[in-house]
Write a protein of this length. Structure first.
Length: 554
């Protein structure tokens, strides 16, 4: 399991390790710099080869904090390897933190440091490498014009045609808020470009971070700006880390996990997806794997519910029933075989159906309709003993009075699955805070917003997107990232959310708790898309589960 950290959590871990005497700040900075160089050579092995006749060239951009200190270490190491290195400093060398100042002085014995200015690249030969060590995790505001120009990849390409230059960021690309994934842009620099559509955004090819990835690497603009993320071990592990975590996390225990596979036989991901629950026992009856009931809309509105039902069945629910209004029964019967049908014209019929205690999970919302019938069905479902997934129409129905919905979902085994628009309508004040520019303190992230929403709703909230965030009312939180090497752009197709709702419902029927069902379903949903690839439509998603399960050894 990979833990994603905020900038404050990472700083606290480092300071605690230093205070414990396990390591010094200078040692951490040296390890970080060496790790950056090693990561660069691993990514581009040809850069490890240089000569006195044709030395590789680097531009190192150093900032006013410890991230700049890492940059000075990298500059010294590259110079020692025979590189021609140009170093630029944003800020006053006399005001650098002590460890960064020490490494500035070490570099100064080897080379000159120039002041970062508006014409930073004016007289330079195109380098092989530009290293961004300006702010790292320390920036949470729009950029000064000088800095925006220095990191503006589009403008550099347009003006200098540096086609062979590699761009690397230390810890976090400058312009990216490491806690939120928000890209701060300086539009003055864009207006001064001859390209009216230019965006002064720092697009790194490689981001080298330390100890653990940061939340901002996986949210919003993070994956677009970071390129590839390489995590370097700087020795904050073992006994030293065990001594620091209790004091670091005592007041800030809310960690964020990145959902990821560990293809090691029976375990899908340590602490997240215990495979014994995905496997079926040879001794179980079909009802031992649960009975999921998916409620459908009326005629010509049944497709979404049928997609969800197929997903629930494929993911392993023992029995799946589609509850339909009488007028839609024949329409559904023409499309279904293994999925059962039951007439549920109204809330009274649902209450009667739920007397069957074997029905232990329900899904309401996909094309269910924005009407009084849907509202009544939701009320009956949430007052039952079954676990409930609310999606699509079931969420939109309560936008005028979300507190009415939350009074029903509080302390329930319920999962809400909003996309960004539905989230904003259900939690308008939280969405406004999420979208507001940061003015002071740590910026408010999608992680914070999802946690606050789950606490208010009293149930699990799965905030959809390529950076899906899942949280429960107690603050437990994870990110399911369909980005970097798990990119699945094909999921942007009609009906894929309905299948996800069905996956969650099927796992709830099998006995997963709401948080685990949501995490597992979200991860499998992306895997199914990746297995199928381009030209995916929603109907294809459930059919990839057998292959995904076989690869997992389930």
């Amino acid at each position: 399991m990979t833990e994603l950290l905020t900038a404050a959590q990472m700083s606290a871990i480092e300071f605690a390790a230093i205070d414990s005497g396990a390591v010094t700040g200078l040692e951490l900075m040296e390890r970080a710099g060496r790790g950056v160089v090693e990561a660069i050579f691993e990514e581009w092995p040809e850069l490890s080869k240089t000569s006195h006749h044709t030395p590789n060239r680097a531009v190192v951009l150093c900032g006013p904090g410890n991230n700049g200190g890492d940059g000075f270490v990298v500059a010294r190491l590259l110079q020692d390897l025979g590189w021609k290195v140009d170093v630029f400093l944003y800020g006053d060398a006399n005001k650098l933190p002590p460890d960064a100042r020490k490494n500035y002085e070490c570099w100064s014995k080897l080379g000159h440091t120039r002041k970062l200015d508006l014409d930073v690249y004016g007289d330079l030969v195109a380098p092989d490498l530009v290293l961004d060590a300006l702010f790292g995790t320390g920036l949470a505001r729009p950029l000064p014009e000088i800095v925006a120009r220095a990191i503006n990849v589009r403008m550099r390409f347009k003006w200098k045609n540096w086609s062979k230059t590699h761009f690397v960021a230390v810890d976090c690309p400058t312009s990216l808020d490491c806690d939120t994934g928000t890209a701060y842009q300086n539009m003055v620099a864009a207006k001064q470009s001859s390209d009216p559509d230019a965006e002064p955004m720092n697009m790194a090819e490689l981001t080298v971070t330390f100890h653990s990835p940061k939340i901002g690497h996986y949210l919003l603009d993070g994956p677009k700006i970071c390129g590839r993320v390489s995590v370097v071990d700087i020795g904050l592990s073992g006994d030293a880390l065990e001594r620091t975590i209790p004091c670091v996390m005592a007041a800030d225990f809310d960690r964020v996990r990145l959902l990821e596979p560990a293809f090691n036989g029976k375990q899908l991901s340590s602490g997240v997806f215990p495979s014994p629950m995905l496997e079926k026992s040879v001794w179980e009856h079909k009802f031992g794997n649960g009975h999921a009931l998916i409620l459908s809309g009326g005629p010509a509105q049944t497709g979404a519910a049928r997609l969800a039902a197929r997903g629930a069945l494929r993911i392993g629910a023992g029995v799946v029933t589609l509850g339909v209004p009488p007028a839609a029964q024949m329409e559904c019967a023409m499309h279904l075989t293994a999925i059962m049908l039951k007439r549920i014209p109204d809330a009274d019929a649902l209450a009667e159906a739920l007397k069957d205690q074997r029905i232990n999970a329900l899904c309401l919302g996909p094309a269910l309709g924005l009407n009084d019938r849907t509202r009544a069905l939701i009320e009956v479902a949430l007052k039952s003993d079954a676990a409930v997934v609310l999606d699509a129409d079931a969420l939109s129905l309560f936008v005028d009075a979300p507190e009415t919905l939350f009074s029903l979902t509080a302390d329930s085994r319920c999962v809400l699955t909003p996309h960004a628009g539905e989230f904003a309508r259900l939690f308008p004040d939280i969405a406004a805070k999420l979208n507001a520019p940061a003015t002071k303190g740590p910026a408010y992230s999608k992680v914070d917003a999802t946690r606050d929403a789950a606490k208010r709703a009293g149930c699990v909230v799965l905030f959809k997107g390529p950076d899906t965030v899942i949280a429960d009312p107690n603050g437990r939180c994870s990110i399911n990232s369909a980005q970097y090497d798990r990119a699945a752009p094909w999921l942007a197709t009609a009906g894929s959310g309905d299948v996800l709702a069905g996956f969650i419902t099927g796992l709830l029927a099998r006995g997963f708790d709401p948080m685990m069902a949501s995490e597992t379903a979200a991860w499998l949903h992306v895997e199914c898309a990746r297995v199928f690839g381009p030209a995916l439509i929603a109907e294809d998603l459930p059919e990839q589960l057998p292959k995904v399960f076989r690869e997992l050894g389930v």
